[in-house]
Structures are given as structure tokens and as C-alpha cells.
Design a protein around this ligand. Structure first.
Ligand code: MUC
Ligand code: MG
Length: 366
């Protein structure tokens, strides 16, 4: 059961509702589909979202690193020798989402080979996750209308508000309108994508103290260590690391240096193998985690569901799983459904990431 070939297929699907946030914006899903083939004909699949403003990767760089760097070193390795595969990937620094996709595609192969759902191989804790929806920059009343629509249509009552704008009042007002319009029971939190300084973030926390926000994600640049540490120490709500904790080492560093006291875990950038290590580390240190969104397609989202439902620690909080709804179409062969505010783990062997070949033929750009 050896890796025989790895494909990296660029494709593009337009967005119906582009997403704007402090570090960038997304208008099309210009992603890369990764497929791992074995010598006995099993195929594993995963999706890769290029996020240059977060990890420095582009669609072209992902195709190149998978085809030219990873594939030649991985061909011939047994898919069950997962640590060997990790060691090969680790020889190349950065390229987080390219590595994540290769890992997930390998897990898909393992699940199919064993005839088991990957979620069970990882932990098999539960069969569904509660969904949190991410709201991009928009006027406050439009945000509220959208959130009410999502609650009505899908039963979602947890919302992440993209923030990090200036003047600060834009985001403070948006949070207030959401809280007033959605009521006390809605779960609300903010993600500034490093848009503010530590002092600006502290001011936002002071001025939103009565809104019952759950936590604040990536308020400022975590590399400005002392400002971030002061913020975490003084904040009444947890400060979450997302892009500052893109891998196991960074996650450990941010927790140990007081840069964060909550972690966003994203399978798109950590795969299942490294994400599981991050979750175990966090659990051992008494740090909560939640499943984040890399602005994923359904192919990426199903991987998050499979992983998040596998562990008690990841299944506790609502997971960011619904932004594929902003896209005009998707590749996933068995579409996801959100009902009662939850997404169920797909049944069957593998990671549930199989794509519709006709759609791939239509949207691929190579
Ligand atoms: C998020 O949580 O930050 C925006 C940029 C990125 O890398 O991920 C998204 C969502
Ligand atoms: Mg974030």
C-alpha cells in the first residue's frame, strides 16, 4: 500500500458573497485539490485554500510544492507509515496548507483501505458538531439581517464577527447591533486578523464589556510580544490565537509566552496529524480549542467536521463550518447539510472528501 502518485489540481469557483476581513478578502475559491494515489488504486482527496495574507502560499506555490517537492519524496512510502510521511513534509518549512492537504488525503486513503470512517480512526467521539458562522465586514444592519437569516434557515446561533477596522466604533457598533438584535442567547465573538494594536484591542474590550462576547481572536500582531502579553493578562475574556499558532510549535510558544489562552485549530493548515497533536497539547495545558475556518469549501469543511467530531476537546465549542454557503458551487460529491445548527459527520469509509468528477472537470484551471 505505497503512495504511487500525488496530483495537485488548481480550480476556481466564484463566490456569491465575497468575504472581507482585516487581512484580506476572498472573491473566488481559487483552491488546489490534492489527490494521493496508491499502487493498488485507492485515491485519497483533500482541499487546499491558498491564503497569501496568512501563510504566504498562493495557488501556484501550492501546486509547485506538492508536485515538485513533496510528491518525489513521498512516492514509494507506505501510507500507514504516517510518521515517515510527516518527517518528509517537515523537511520543507512553511507551506502549511499544502502539507495539511497531503496529510488529510493520506488519512482518506487509510480510512478507505481499512473500510473505516476516518473520524472513528481519530477518536470517534460524536457524530455532529454545532456550527458557528463567520460574518465578514458589512454595515451593522446588514450583518444583523444576515445573522437572523442564518438563524432562521439553518438554526445557527453562534457568530464570529470579523473586526479590526478603524475607527474602532465601526466594529463596536456592529457587535452592539448583533447583540441587541440576536438577544442574550446568541454566542458572539470577534476576530480582528491582527488589524488593531494591543492598545486599540484593549479599548474595544473595555467598550464592549457589557456585550457578553465569548472571546477575541487574533486582535493584534502576536509578534509584538509585550503588547500581546499585556492584553492577554488584562483581558476579561480569552484571547485566541489563530494565524499566530499555525503549527504545533507556534501554538506551544503562544500559550507558554502568554500570547493567547485559547486556540483555533484548523485542519486546512495542520492536517489531521498535527491538529491532533495541537489538541492534545492544549487539553493537557487546560487550554480550550475550537475548530476554525480557513474559508473552506465543502471539501475542506467536511475534513473539519470529521476531525472536530473525533475528540471531546474539539467538540465542546461551536465549530466554524458554514462559509462554503458564500460560494456559487462546490466540488464535494455528497453535499453537506446544516440542520438545527449542526453538521453531521458523513458515513462511510474515508474522510468523506470525495469530489464530483464532472464538477472538477468544469472548474479546474490547469
Ligand atoms: C480567520 O479565522 O481568520 C481569514 C484569513 C484566514 O487565514 O482565515 C480566515 C478566517
Ligand atoms: Mg482568524
Amino acid at each position: 500500500m505505497k503512495i504511487a502518485a500525488i496530483e495537485a489540481i488548481p480550480y476556481s469557483i466564484p463566490y456569491r458573497h465575497p468575504l472581507h476581513f482585516a487581512s484580506g478578502s476572498v472573491h473566488e475559491a481559487d483552491h488546489v485539490l490534492v489527490r494521493v494515489h496508491t499502487d493498488d488504486g485507492v485515491v485519497g482527496t483533500a482541499d487546499t485554500p491558498p491564503r497569501p495574507y496568512t501563510y504566504g502560499e498562493t495557488q501556484k506555490s501550492i501546486v509547485a510544492v506538492v508536485q515538485d517537492v513533496f510528491a518525489p519524496q513521498l512516492v514509494g512510502i507506505d501510507v500507514f507509515d504516517r510518521e515517515k510521511i510527516q518527517a518528509v513534509l517537515a523537511r520543507t518549512i512553511h507551506n502549511q496548507t499544502a502539507k495539511g492537504a497531503v496529510d488529510i488525503a493520506v488519512w482518506d486513503v487509510i480510512g478507505k483501505t481499512l473500510g473505516q470512517p476516518v473520524t472513528k480512526l481519530l477518536g470517534g467521539y460524536t457524530d455532529s458538531l454545532r456550527v458557528s458562522h463567520m460574518l465578514g465586514f458589512k454595515p451593522a444592519q446588514e450583518l444583523l439581517a444576515l445573522a437572523l437569516e442564518f438563524r432562521e434557515t439553518y438554526g445557527i446561533n453562534t457568530f464570529k464577527l470579523k473586526t479590526g477596522r478603524r475607527p474602532l466604533n465601526l466594529d463596536i457598533e456592529a457587535a452592539r447591533v448583533l447583540r441587541d438584535g440576536l438577544g442574550e442567547d446568541a454566542e458572539l465573538y470577534m476576530d480582528a486578523n491582527r488589524g488593531w494594536t494591543a492598545n486599540e484591542a484593549a479599548e474595544v474590550l473595555r467598550r464592549t464589556a457589557d456585550l457578553g462576547l465569548q472571546f477575541l481572536e487574533e486582535p493584534d500582531d502576536a509578534r509584538e510580544v509585550l503588547g500581546r502579553r499585556r492584553l492577554v493578562t488584562n483581558s476579561p475574556i480569552p484571547i485566541a490565537a489563530d494565524e499566530s499558532a499555525a503549527n504545533l510549535g507556534e501554538a506551544a510558544r503562544e500559550i507558554l509566552t502568554g500570547g493567547a489562552n485559547l486556540l483555533s485549530v484548523k485542519t486546512a493548515r495542520s492536517g489531521f496529524t498535527e491538529a491532533a497533536k495541537i489538541v492534545g497539547m492544549a487539553e493537557g495545558m487546560g487550554i480550550d480549542v475550537y475548530i476554525g475556518n480557513q474559508i473552506d469549501t465543502q471539501v475542506g469543511t467536511v475534513a473539519s467536521v470529521v476531525f472536530g467530531a473525533a475528540f471531546a476537546h474539539t467538540a465542546k465549542r461551536a465549530a466554524e463550518l458554514s462559509n462554503y454557503l458564500d460560494m456559487t458551487d462546490d466540488l464535494l460529491a455528497r453535499p453537506l447539510a446544516i440542520t438545527g445548527g449542526r453538521i453531521r459527520v458523513p458515513e462511510g469509509a474515508g474522510a468523506g472528501t470525495d469530489v464530483d468528477d464532472d464538477k472538477l472537470a468544469h472548474y479546474r484551471t490547469d
